[in-house]
Design a protein around this ligand. Sequence first.
Ligand code: SF4
Ligand code: FES
Length: 279
Amino acid sequence: MTNQSKGNAENPGTNKGSSSSESSHSSLTIDGRELTLSGDEGESLLDVASAHGEYIPHLCYHKSLSPHGSCKLCTIKVDGKFQSACLTTAKSGQVIENHSDEITDYRQQMIELLFAEGNHFCPSCELSGNCQLQAMAYDLGITHMRFPLTYPRRRKDGSHPDIFLDRDRCINCALCVRASNEVDGKKVFGLAGRGADSYLQVNSPDGTLGSSDLSIDDLAANICPVGAISSKHNNYLQRPGQRLYDQHSISELGNQRPDFEHMNDSNIDHADTRKSDPS
Ligand code: SF4
Ligand code: FES
């Protein structure tokens, strides 16, 4: 059994039957649980699920950014048909299936493909324990790979004084692209190429981070769900075993997890971390 099929301990009401107080409003059901709609125009199924503490796996979705629909982890069945929860507008009366053996197998394949397309050597990655891709693989019960590893050799970029870019770990989720465009207002990043040859492009005079406008305080520098964009200053301040997903499964934290904050200097108590390090 995966952790996800057990429900979400931190979200009371998850996997329970319908509530009589909700039944008089526009509503839909997810795995038999009735959820009311907010009435907001364009509200997605992932928005509705998040608002009610119903966890739907996702990697490329962020509540503050436009949806991208690339990771397909949020795949659900809507009235019997596969859809992406982050791209599908919620409508009253929809019957949603979120957890089933079939959907879990599909999500496992999506994660395995992401691992196969990149170089994700978790034991040597600083983000191990804080990485959402790794956490989701554990949570979905992945124990082996069905696809051959491709070992890409993409360009790394250490030219920025504060930030390192390892494209081999990039899953092309475009969170940094959207964060830079929509929140930071800088358009530092873009996705170039097609299919398996897609790669993260830096929009600067020489194509490197060092000559870009990216700042360590930008959302784009802090939003990467894997170890592709990382701070040069936080390395190993949190010890393995004490990191976010070492302590909690990603589905246990659900949609309430402190998304992406692990990369931000202000969210790590440097003094405390050093104190607990015997070296
Ligand atoms: S660098 Fe990180 S945030 Fe940007 S596209 Fe790649 S995985 Fe996503
Ligand atoms: S979260 Fe919906 S496709 Fe990535």
